[in-house]
Write a new protein. Structure first.
Length: 399
C-alpha cells in the first residue's frame, strides 16, 4: 500500500496523464478516478493531453480547499502489478525557447522577414528559405516546430536540404527516397447566416454555397504536408481539437518515414521501367537498321539483275546490228565508223553489266542505284525537290 498527499495527487494528475499515474501506483484507471472523486480532486477531461501547452494551462481546474491536505492510502488492485516502465511518449516535445537554432532555420529567419505576403498575411518563402507559409504572429512558433522537426530528422540519419529556386522546397532524404515537406498556417472558413437583403437577392438565392458566404481567417493552427503519400495515402497532418502540435509532429515523422520508403520504391520501379524502355528502343532500332540494310541489299540485287538484263539485251542488239551491216556489205573493219560504234556500244554494255569489273567511262551513264522505296518503308522521309522548281532555280540544268 502506498500513501500520497491530496495536494500532491492533484499536482500529479495535472502534470502527467492519469493512466500513467495509475500504472505507477499499481491500480486501475477506474480506481484512481474514484479516489480523486472521493477526495474532491478535479481531473482533466478527455482529450486534455492532446491540446497545446497554452490550452492545457487555460483548462486547468483549481483544487477546492487547497489548505486541506490529508494522506490518501492507495491500495494496489487485485492481480495488478505496478509498471515501473517510463510513461509512453505522447509526442515530440517542442521547446518553448531554443538556444541554438538549426542552420537552415537561421537562414530562413534572415530571408523570410523580407518576403512578400499573400491575401491572408502569410509570408511567401523566397529563394534559399524553408517551405514555411505562416503569418508574423505565428512565425516564432513555426520556427520552433520546424527546428524540432529538422533535428529529429537528422537524429534518425535523414539529410535535409533546400532547393535553390524561386519557389523553394524542403527536401528530406528518407531511406533513399526524397520527400518534400512544408509547414503552413491553416486558412479556416467561418459560416455565417445570410442577411434578409442577401436572402432576397437572386444571386445569393441560387448560389447559397458560393465562396463569398464563408469568410476565411488564419487562427494560428498549423498543417504539416508532404508531396508524397504514406502507406495509408495520407499527405497532410493538421493541428487542432484533441491533436496537439507535439502529437501531430510525431505522427508526421512516422508518415514521413513510410512516404520515403514508398518514394524510393516508386523511383526504383520508374528507373527499371525506363531502363527496359531504352533496351526495347535499342533492340527495335537495331532491328530496323537490319531491315533497312536487308532492304537495301535486295534493292541492289534487283538493280544489278536489271542492269545485267539490259547489258545482255544491248549485246544482242550489237550482234544483230553487225549481222545487218554485213548483210548489206557495210565496211566493219578496225578503222571504220561501224567498228568505232561497236566498240563504244560494247563499253556501254560493260558499264551496265555488274559481272564485268570495269569502271564507268567518261560521259557514260553509270549503273542505276537502288531506289528509296526501302527507306520509305522504314520510315525515313526522302525529300525531293520538284523538277519545275529546280529548273526555275537552276535554269538549263534539268531540261
Amino acid at each position: 500500500m502506498k500513501t500520497i498527499g491530496r495536494v500532491s495527487l492533484y499536482e500529479r494528475v495535472w502534470t502527467e496523464p492519469k493512466r500513467d499515474v495509475a500504472r505507477s501506483f499499481g491500480v486501475t484507471y477506474g480506481r484512481l478516478s474514484r479516489l480523486c472523486r472521493r477526495n474532491d480532486i478535479p481531473t482533466p477531461a478527455q482529450g486534455f493531453w492532446n491540446r497545446s501547452p497554452e490550452d492545457r494551462a487555460a483548462l486547468k481546474k483549481p483544487l477546492p480547499s487547497p489548505e486541506q491536505d490529508w494522506e490518501i492510502a492507495v491500495e494496489p488492485s487485485a492481480g495488478h502489478v505496478p509498471d515501473d516502465r517510463p510513461a509512453k511518449q505522447r509526442g515530440i516535445p517542442i521547446p518553448e525557447k531554443v538556444t541554438r537554432w538549426h542552420p537552415l532555420i537561421r537562414q530562413t529567419r534572415h530571408v523570410l522577414k523580407d518576403c512578400s505576403h499573400d491575401d491572408y498575411g502569410r509570408f511567401r518563402p523566397g529563394a534559399g528559405c524553408l517551405d514555411i507559409l505562416v503569418t508574423k504572429s505565428s512565425r516564432q512558433r513555426a520556427y520552433r516546430a520546424m527546428d524540432t522537426l529538422l533535428k529529429e530528422c537528422e537524429s534518425r540519419g535523414w539529410s535535409v536540404r533546400v532547393t535553390d529556386s524561386q519557389r523553394p522546397r524542403t527536401i528530406v532524404t528518407v531511406e533513399g527516397g526524397e520527400v518534400a515537406i512544408a509547414i503552413e498556417e491553416l486558412v479556416e472558413r467561418e459560416d455565417r447566416k445570410l442577411t434578409k437583403a442577401e436572402r432576397q437577392d437572386p444571386k445569393w438565392r441560387w448560389a447559397p454555397y458560393c465562396f463569398q458566404r464563408y469568410p476565411r481567417y488564419v487562427r494560428g493552427r498549423f498543417v504539416l504536408k508532404t508531396d508524397w503519400s504514406s502507406d495509408n495515402g495520407r499527405r497532410a497532418w493538421r493541428e487542432g481539437g484533441r491533436f496537439s502540435l507535439e502529437y501531430v509532429l510525431k505522427q508526421f515523422i512516422e508518415g514521413l518515414e513510410s512516404a520515403g520508403i514508398s518514394r524510393r520504391e516508386a523511383d526504383e520501379r520508374a528507373a527499371k521501367a525506363e531502363e527496359e524502355r531504352r533496351k526495347r528502343d535499342a533492340e527495335r532500332w537495331e532491328q530496323e537498321k537490319a531491315e533497312m540494310r536487308e532492304a537495301e541489299l535486295v534493292e541492289r540485287l534487283l538493280a544489278d539483275a536489271e542492269s545485267w538484263a539490259k547489258s545482255r539485251t544491248l549485246r544482242d542488239y550489237i550482234g544483230a546490228r553487225i549481222k545487218n551491216w554485213r548483210a548489206k556489205g557495210v565496211n566493219t573493219g578496225k578503222r571504220s565508223e561501224a567498228a568505232r560504234w561497236v566498240a563504244w556500244a560494247s563499253k556501254q554494255a560493260d558499264c551496265l553489266d555488274p559481272l564485268v569489273p570495269t569502271g564507268p567511262l567518261p560521259g557514260a551513264r553509270s549503273r542505276p542505284k537502288a531506289s528509296t522505296r526501302s527507306w520509305r518503308r522504314s520510315g525515313v522521309v526522302m525529300h525531293r525537290m520538284n523538277d519545275r522548281c529546280r529548273g526555275a532555280r537552276y535554269p538549263g540544268h534539268f531540261r
